[in-house]
Design a protein around this ligand. Structure first.
Ligand SMILES: [Zn+2]
Length: 458
């Protein structure tokens, strides 16, 4: 009898294990099934070389960027310039560019769902429409003129990224044989806009300015005299030239390191840190599930007064992610909050559209009164320093940056800002690595891209 009881108990335990296993599997299948189906080991969806054989990627205007041809091969369309300039948003065939649509949005391209699984190459997969305009990408890539860097434009009200270029890039249909070793292609797998951080230089003055406007009550009635170099702490903070007597508006337009270095020291490291955090520059954003790189700053107690001054003008150990900076520009133009950028416009499954993509807003990156003042001063920069002729009919606010990156290297050129235009509420960022002067070099790239963007609006 005892033997029988023992056996019954054993059966019960085994049945219990089976049930638990089944529950675990169904649970994992529901949660992870999409991931399993889109794994590069799935030969229904990927070929032997690991190339995704399902799904078409299009731009916002319905122009096909990559698809699967009749023979089941992944092909990129358009001419070389089109393919190269959209490489980082579309992705390479082998999945080396992990933030490209072919990798990051593989699950959406295969059209996986819990009931029917994924559609293989025979069914062609889904149509994934990106928010980018391929023509703008081509304009931006060409404007970079072979230099490394990144250009992006987005609508700060809807979140749609209209242009996103990272350079160097290459033609995915004719992958260069020296891609891995040629210095010219260094970092080509990286989307600099999403995944890199860089020394910001003077574009960071927009953060120091926001802090000063809120924390220093008489800021707008003060004046300073710049003689080209200013003793701050033990060291000297230098300007390109002597800026003479200036108020805060003029100091921003002149991008006076002396004034902003002094303001940084007056504000103190803790306050600067708080404003950099509030501006979202130390946070990571999720762009349709792709995490952006976080910027970082050293404003701590162990930083010398001179270094704190340099940190306040975007030098020292400061680093920012171009996407986070662009979102901050959107928030300045949009009264303190901006839409979080997105890259997917819609996904069509077997001819049926997906659920609409909802716009997400950032938290408050800058208070609304301060945003208004900073925006107005940035528009004044264009009027008095950058030249409205270069940016016709744009209602543009901008800040340039010429970020020192080492004694032997040319500085990084930055130009970032926004349009105050109902039809074209765009924020943008341009970074030309080792490009030289921000206002000249990056400003010229921005001018070309913004002109092209406004032509698309009509
Ligand atoms: Zn100065």
């Amino acid at each position: 009898m005892k033997k029988l009881e023992r056996r019954a108990l054993l059966c019960l335990v085994l049945a219990g294990c089976l049930l638990a296993g089944l529950v675990l599997f169904v649970g994992l299948w529901a949660v992870r099934g999409e991931h399993w189906a889109s794994s590069a080991f799935n030969r229904h969806l990927y070929n032997k070389q690991g190339i995704l054989m399902s799904g078409t990627v299009l731009d916002r205007n319905g122009e096909i960027l990559t698809t699967v041809d009749e023979d089941g091969n992944r092909v990129y369309v358009g001419d070389k310039a089109r393919r190269t300039s959209t490489l980082h948003v579309v992705g390479d065939p082998y999945g080396n560019i992990s933030t490209g649509a072919l990798s990051a949005f593989a699950q959406k391209l295969t059209g996986y769902n819990l009931i029917f699984g994924a559609f293989g190459a025979e069914q062609g997969g889904n149509n994934l429409y990106l928010t980018i305009d391929a023509h703008l990408n081509e304009v931006a890539y060409q404007a970079l003129g072979g230099k490394k860097g990144t250009v992006a434009v987005y609508n700060y009200k809807t979140g749609e990224i209209l242009c996103l270029v990272s350079a160097p890039a290459y033609d995915p249909m004719n992958i260069p044989s020296d891609l891995e070793e040629n210095e010219k292609y260094e970092g080509a797998y990286l989307n600099r806009f999403l995944s890199s951080t860089f020394t910001p230089g003077s574009v960071f003055k927009t953060v120091t300015l926001a802090a000063a406007l809120e924390e220093i009550p008489d800021l707008e009635s003060r004046t300073w005299t710049c003689e080209g170099s200013t003793q701050i702490g033990e060291g000297v903070v230098t300007c390109i030239s002597a800026h003479g007597e200036q108020d805060i508006r003029e100091a921003l337009a002149n991008s006076c390191n002396g004034v902003f270095g002094q303001l940084a020291v007056e504000l103190g490291g803790d306050t600067l840190e708080r404003y950099a955090e509030k501006a979202g520059l130390t946070s990571s954003y999720s762009i349709n599930g792709i995490s952006t790189a976080k910027g970082s700053f050293s404003f701590g107690d162990d930083v010398s007064t001179t270094d704190l001054a340099w940190a306040g003008v975007g030098q020292y150990h400061d680093s920012v992610n171009p996407c986070a900076l662009m979102i901050y520009m959107g928030a300045i133009a949009n009264g303190g909050k901006a839409a979080v950028p997105c890259l997917i416009q819609k996904v069509e499954s077997q001819g049926l559209p997906s659920l609409p993509q909802f716009t997400r807003k950032t938290k408050t990156l800058i208070s609304s009164d301060t945003a208004e003042t900073v925006a107005e001063m940035m528009m004044n920069n264009v009027q008095t320093a950058y030249g409205t002729k270069r940016f016709p009919n744009m209602e543009l606010g901008a800040k340039s940056g010429t970020a020192e990156v080492g004694p032997e290297e040319k500085p990084h050129a930055w130009f970032t800002g926004f349009l105050k235009n109902e039809e074209a509420p765009y924020a943008f960022v341009v970074l030309v690595e080792n490009g030289g002067s921000g206002a000249d070099v990056a400003g010229t790239v921005a001018s070309k891209v913004l002109k092209a963007a406004l032509e698309q609006v009509g």
